[in-house]
Design a protein around this ligand. Structure first.
Ligand code: TYM
Length: 344
């Protein structure tokens, strides 16, 4: 395998209600990785329109995700923050990948099945081809590491399959042009820590999600301190006290979820949390969790509000980020055109 220098890429959809799952599963990692890697963080608006969106709400959502990136501490000077639709190379490379990926691969994607529901014939072609666009997002920058939550694992596997098939199908051309054995790296998913799959606060068997009808199922990054505390107080639990060992969390999804959230917010392991709270009742634990969540999340909500009050500033960040992203992606696209044999 050729040697690729390490680069981080990840994306978040601008589809409303950024929540604790997005924060703990993804954005918190984005912030940490800035210290060790060159990072590119994208507001994936082309992905958002695979489902119907209202234009004004989409625009507000793109700015809101950007505000969240900034409020959480992503440095837009040292790293790149931009929205996908400003860099046409994403769509261009996605087309090439539509021609690399096999229909059988896409048919296995569980997220498509979930999102399309029963009426699959009526889903957009874009929703079906979504994983090829995601592969293009990552590979347009030849990124090597992709921080995501557990739910994106299958899409990352498909990205690796696309990269590998492209490298194999065009091996002779890649070698003849002097790129060595492989043009695209096989990007590694970074799915780490105690909260890679944050569950609903109302039902520990369901993922915390933007689209859940119950607002009490999730903590939004824009919730006030009072709302955060109230949602945690009302979170579903079971009657037993907290266990002292991890094994005791098995078959107790709501308890496991709250312990995972505490651990991730406090930079601890679940075992550490159980050392402090094992044997105690939920009301003591929930009080401590509510305090911790308010302490960590309220400043983010306040910063987001401050950024959102200045849309021109946010738009400037995106335009600047897009120019820097485009410079990188257009280089990749030029090479891809040469590899494929397009005249340019
Ligand atoms: P999206 O917008 O649904 O979610 C953004 C990130 O948040 C993570 N996440 C969660 N993590 C833990 N628990 C949860 N309950 C939870 N809900 C969401 C997601 O795993 C994700 O990391 N397809 C992607 C966006 C995307 C992308 C990319 C990601 C497009 N292109 C390229 C990485 C690289 C998505 O829909 O994420």
């Amino acid at each position: 395998m050729a040697n690729f220098s390490e680069r981080v890429f990840s994306g978040v959809q601008p589809t409303g209600n950024l929540h604790l799952g997005n924060y703990l599963g993804a954005i918190l990692k984005f912030v940490e990785l800035q210290e060790t890697h060159d990072c590119i963080y994208c507001v994936v608006d082309l992905h958002a329109v695979t489902l119907p969106q209202k234009p004004e709400e989409l625009k507000a959502s793109i700015r809101e995700v950007t505000a969240a990136f900034l409020a959480c501490g992503i440095d837009a000077n040292k790293h790149i923050i931009f929205n996908q639709s400003q860099v046409a190379e994403h769509a261009e490379l996605a087309w090439v990948f539509n021609c690399i990926a096999r229909i059988g691969w896409l048919n296995r994607m569980t997220q498509f099945k979930e999102k399309a529901g029963k009426d699959r014939e009526n889903a957009s072609v874009g929703l079906y081809a979504y994983p090829c666009l995601m592969a293009a997002d990552i590979l347009a920058y030849r990124a090597t590491h992709v921080p995501v939550g557990e739910d994106q694992k299958q899409h990352l596997e498909l990205t690796r399959d696309v990269a590998q098939k492209f490298n194999l199908d065009y091996a002779a051309s890649i070698a003849a042009l002097g790129f060595g054995e492989a043009f695209f790296p096989l990007p590694q998913p970074l799915i780490q820590g105690p909260a890679t799959r944050v569950m609903s606060l109302r039902d520990g068997s369901k993922k915390m999600s933007k689209s859940d009808v119950s607002d009490y199922s999730r903590i939004n990054l824009t919730d006030s301190a009072d709302v955060i505390a109230q949602k945690i107080r009302k979170a579903k639990t079971d009657p037993a006290p907290l266990p002292s060992e991890i094994e005791g969390l098995k078959q107790r999804p709501e308890a496991e979820n709250l312990v995972s959230i505490f651990a991730a917010l406090n930079g601890q392991t679940k075992q550490d949390v159980l050392k402090d709270f094992g044997g105690g009742n939920f009301s003591t634990f929930k009080t401590a969790l509510a305090e911790l969540a308010v302490e960590k999340l309220s400043p983010i909500g306040a910063e987001m509000a401050r950024f959102k009050a200045d849309p021109a500033f946010i738009d400037g960040i995106l335009v600047d980020g897009a120019a820097r992203a485009r410079a990188l992606a257009s280089k990749t696209m030029t090479c891809v055109k040469d590899i494929l044999g397009f005249v340019r």
